[in-house]
Design a protein around this ligand. Structure first.
Ligand SMILES: Cc1cc2nc3c(=O)[nH]c(=O)nc-3n(C[C@H](O)[C@H](O)[C@H](O)COP(=O)(O)OP(=O)(O)OC[C@H]3O[C@@H](n4cnc5c(N)ncnc54)[C@H](O)[C@@H]3O)c2cc1C
Length: 488
């Protein structure tokens, strides 16, 4: 199927229906922060949002924002962090191939960005959650969210928790989660600053002048197209391409059919619009991957592949486990856990309690379990024997699991079938400068075009840490707004 509306439209062929200094496409975390900064810089801003309200995936998210280098919250909770340690971790864990210039400005600006969010009305609870988990169960403000305190990083880079979460609030039917509590004040600010918003309004095309400068957009609302002039710049902020199967097949087939932590309007359109103007892209194959299992269970057992072999330290960030499972094991993983550890895990608190289904196999011995699971004879038995020998000494020479989680696996013993239990979203997208200018394949900025959020390649090139998306979306969203407002 061809889509001619992806091609740039000549300004000489359109009649403008509306105009603004800065037009922002997408009102999630990147779009809202861009709109705020552009408006604060004195620009007249118009924001288009495909859905009936703002917030995007960000408003549905857990709310982790990856921040560090000594934020006020880290300090008040007694955690030492430095810009250099944050840079070292991000460059080691989020690659290979991170954009070092982006990581540098992100880390150098992280303390200021935290203060900016607080000033914008985002409240962070002064509390820390130190248990294994996807998220803290009571809306605690700080948590390890990238495996900083686990192998292989904890021996070379001083660890610090950097997952900052907005405080939850009571709601009629439960609680408003961190993502909502991030987006609510940001969207209120968008309104207070006089940003004009058009909902149910979807960007279709970019409009360019004779010099190739982006001077507006064509958007569609309920079947009607309108051209909107952008006197200074257009900011693309429409999210990832996790829901476009053609793009997934071309770039990131590993998550085709398993989108997670994204919304259906993440169809990659901004990326295609940029590409049609000659924009460069980066890391289009990179994906975040979640594994749908409670970390309180995983940390107390061992994860093995279809050959009965361990392949990752079980006490790391569960997103690293997800990537190791999907990328390196073809999505094949089993959790082996003995009865005592299972009971211990079930007695803990977790936000992922729904990921605590009953194990698939329960046996009286490891060899029986191995046979029931259909694993090669001796494979799981050998793995457990080796693990137990070292665990008895409190060591894990193969993967470096911390001694606090090392306990020989006893019997009765059970196994969870985690095959197919992964999903994720795309991390690649338009290549942008540290000032959020969309870069042409020649390396030069495309005049009038800016982008941020998951339609761009941000601080993650391959690896992931929870909070990196709301983090780089808001950080580089702000920069997109500043740059677009300043464009002449
Ligand atoms: C359940 C869940 C949990 C998550 N947890 C976390 C977390 O804890 N930390 C973290 O960092 N990330 C998390 N994420 C991921 C994170 O929310 C997204 O990666 C992030 O919101 C991306 O920011 P964005 O601004 O690019 O996209 P969004 O916030 O999704 O905003 C994009 C907006 O653009 C709109 N749009 C799309 N197409 C068009 C168009 N053609 N025209 C106009 N508008 C358009 C969309 O409707 C949307 O409102 C989670 C996501 C989910 C769903």
């Amino acid at each position: 199927m061809t889509d001619p509306t992806l091609r740039p439209v000549s300004a000489s062929h359109v009649e403008w229906s509306q105009e603004a200094d800065v037009v922002v496409a997408g009102l999630g975390v990147a779009g809202a922060t861009a709109a705020i900064e552009a408006a604060r810089a004195g620009a007249d801003v118009l924001a288009l949002e495909r859905l009936g309200g703002g917030g995007g995936a960000a408003a549905m998210s857990g709310g982790f924002i990856y921040l560090g280098g000594g934020t006020a919250l880290q300090k008040s909770l007694g955690f030492d962090d430095s810009v250099e340690n944050m840079k070292a971790f991000m460059k080691a864990a989020l690659g290979p191939g991170v954009d070092e210039a982006k990581v540098d400005v992100y880390c150098e600006g992280s303390v200021e960005h935290y203060d900016w969010l607080v000033d914008a009305g985002v409240v962070f609870d002064e509390s820390f959650w130190g248990e294994p988990g996807w998220e803290p169960p009571h809306g605690e403000g700080l948590m390890y969210s990238g495996g900083e305190n686990s192998a292989p990083f904890n021996t070379t880079i001083p660890p610090a928790p950097r997952g900052h979460l907005p405080r939850r609030a009571a709601a009629a039917n439960g609680e408003q989660a961190g993502g909502y509590m991030l987006m609510k004040p940001l969207l209120d600010l968008v309104d207070e600053l006089g940003v004009r918003t058009l909902y149910n309004n979807s960007i279709r095309s970019l409009v360019v002048d004779d010099d190739g400068r982006v001077v507006g957009v064509v958007s569609r609302s309920f079947g009607n197209d309108m051209a909107i002039r952008a006197r200074r710049g257009v900011v693309l902020a429409t999210g990832s391409f996790a829901y476009d199967n053609t793009m997934l097949r071309d770039h990131a087939p590993q998550i085709e059919g398993r989108p997670a932590a994204s919304i259906e309007s993440h169809d990659g359109r901004s990326i295609l619009l940029g590409q049609a103007l000659g924009a460069a892209t980066a890391h289009m194959d990179a994906t975040e991957v979640a594994i749908f299992c409670d970390p309180q269970l995983m940390v107390r057992g061992i994860l093995v592949n279809g050959r009965g072999q361990r392949f990752v330290t079980e006490d790391t960030y569960p997103g690293r486990i997800g990537q190791a499972t999907l990328f390196n094991q073809g999505g094949e993983a089993f959790l082996i856990i003995d009865e005592a550890s299972y009971e211990e895990a079930m007695a803990t608190e977790s936000t992922s309690a729904k990921m605590r289904a009953a194990p698939k196999w329960v046996c009286e011995s490891v060899s029986e379990l191995e046979s029931e699971m259909g694993l090669p004879s001796g494979s799981l038995s050998g793995t457990v024997e080796l693990y137990n020998n070292h665990a008895a000494d409190g060591t894990d020479p193969l993967f470096g699991k911390k001694s606090q989680w090392l306990k020989p696996i006893s019997t009765p013993v059970a196994a969870y079938d985690l095959r197919g239990m992964t999903g994720g979203f795309t991390l690649g997208g338009l290549k942008t400068s540290v000032d959020s200018e969309v870069l042409h394949v020649s390396g030069a900025p495309i005049a009038g075009l800016y982008a941020a959020g998951r339609c761009t390649s941000g601080v993650c090139a391959g690896g992931y840490a929870s909070g990196a998306s709301l983090g780089d979306g808001s950080f580089f969203g702000r920069r997109a707004g500043v740059s677009a407002a300043a464009a002449g």
